[in-house]
Design a protein around this ligand. Structure first.
Ligand SMILES: [Fe+2]
Ligand SMILES: [Fe+2]
Length: 452
């Protein structure tokens, strides 16, 4: 039953628990506009009495009360009055990031929060409380971005969330707020690697990242490492879009500009070992794999003297998109080693070559070589590959490069839980266990590339 009439709203009781009068006043001012019945308590014991007597629909509690923690009170309420909903108000990073105590008994509001944030959480708990117009807000979708240092010291381009569980996200930074370096450091120390933006805001986040990348490329006050990190980050969020959502010709040309800029910054300034370390620390599974394949394929091609602008662009995009057909494969399957696949699972996985090429043919103006790479990157010189079992002379040369680097990247940046090999170990593995699969000249140049 909705609570939209004034009458039913008045029957809706909210208990505010806060030892600080200013805290109570702030929440009271925010809630009074909703014409609800508001109760107050300054301590845990006082709150318990009111909960027993008044049975509020909602409890909003501060974390630190004089006689107990707010979360203890809210868990007690959940146990004894399961219908009662609850919000914990805190600014304590320990509390926000501790999944045990930030379980599902209550929502969390991170202080200081604007009124819109309180509304968002209220709508989430009581979808009809603020009227029907805002109901859609309760079904938010989120996209993951890595928690990178460059975020600090800037104004947040979009609101940023922390993921606590499958469905639970807590907004830790509001759009437009300054992202304090200290705060980022605190979350990082807690092992937080990713933050989330709302899907609806994702495009604007990405667009700003793309614009910034043009400026950052030419900045002289940033180190090569900072620049490369930034580019890897933007490429990463862009790939999430390519690999998880639909994409069109415009996305393709943006991706091309971005990956070529990334290459320019990365190749010019970094040793390939440093680059690999950077990618390891930012390993986002499939996306990092594809970026690594893109970069290392171009590096290998240069060693083979295949370095015209067109070849570089095709390889960069071919590397980035070679596994695009995997976007429909469940993550659970992708993370397992192929030796554990059932016959049916193997068929699903092998089909990523054909489905990827098909997907790319639907986008206008993509060079046909890019979808040849997607189609043929698992073909082996001895004819034992898939989907067609082509032999060396029939495999498109740039697909051979991507195929070899794909295998190399799999060893140095594993997507399953295998320990990574060093680049040299990876090449030795290819030489010893994959004899006849790859072009010997390419394997030789790959070895030279990592030895230099
Ligand atoms: Fe693949
Ligand atoms: Fe791959």
């Amino acid at each position: 039953m909705g609570l939209t009439t004034e009458m039913s709203k008045r029957l809706f009781k909210v208990l505010i628990v806060d030892p600080d009068k200013n805290g109570i006043d702030f929440l009271n001012t925010q809630l009074v506009r909703l014409q609800l019945t508001i109760l107050f308590a300054g301590s845990g014991s006082e709150a318990k009495k009111l909960i027993v007597l008044q049975r509020p629909e909602l409890i909003i509690s501060e974390t630190y009360l004089s006689d107990c923690y707010g979360m203890e009170l809210l868990c007690w309420a959940e146990e004894n009055y399961p219908q009662t909903k609850a919000i914990l108000v805190t600014s304590d990073v320990d509390i926000i990031t501790n999944k045990k105590i930030s379980g599902d008994a209550y929502e969390i509001l991170v202080k200081p929060f604007p009124i819109a944030e309180l509304d968002r959480v209220l709508i989430k708990i009581f979808p009809t409380l603020l009227g029907t117009a805002e109901q859609k807000e309760s079904q938010q979708c989120f996209m993951e971005i890595s928690f990178e240092e460059f975020l600090s010291g800037t104004k947040a381009l979009t609101s940023l969330y922390l993921k606590l569980s499958f469905r639970k996200y807590v907004k830790i930074i509001n759009k437009g707020e300054l992202v304090e370096r200290d705060l980022i450091e605190k979350y990082k120390r807690k092992g937080i690697k990713s933050i989330y933006v709302e899907s609806e805001e994702y495009d604007s986040y990405l667009e700003l990242g793309l614009k910034a990348s043009e400026v950052i490329k030419n900045r002289t006050d940033l180190s090569a490492e900072q620049k490369t990190k930034f580019f890897i980050h933007v490429s990463d969020i862009f790939q999430e879009k390519l690999y998880q959502r639909s994409f069109d010709e415009n996305d393709f040309s943006q991706a091309q500009t971005l990956v070529l800029n990334t290459l320019e910054v990365a190749i010019k300034n970094k040793s390939i070992f440093d680059l690999l370390e950077m990618m390891k620390s930012n390993n986002n599974g499939l996306y990092t794999h594809c970026l690594a394949v893109s970069i290392y394929s171009v590096l290998l091609a240069r060693r083979l003297d295949w370095s015209t602008d067109r070849t570089t662009a095709i390889l960069a995009m071919g590397g980035l998109l070679h596994d695009i057909g995997q976007r429909n494969i469940p993550e659970e399957l992708r993370k397992r080693h192929h030796s554990t696949y059932s016959e049916n699972e193997l068929k699903i996985w092998e089909n990523h070559t054909i489905s990827g090429a098909e997907l790319l043919t639907r986008i206008e103006n993509i060079p046909k070589e890019v979808f040849q790479i997607a189609m043929q990157h698992h073909e082996y010189a001895d004819g034992s590959g898939f989907p067609f079992g082509l032999t060396s002379v029939h495999i498109f040369p740039l697909a051979k490069i991507v195929g070899l680097i794909d295998c190399f990247a799999y060893h140095v940046l594993p997507m399953d839980n295998k320990p990574p090999l060093t680049p040299l170990e990876a090449v030795n593995q290819i030489k010893n266990n994959r004899k006849g699969k790859f072009d010997p000249k390419m394997v030789e140049e790959l070895e030279r590339l990592i030895i230099c």
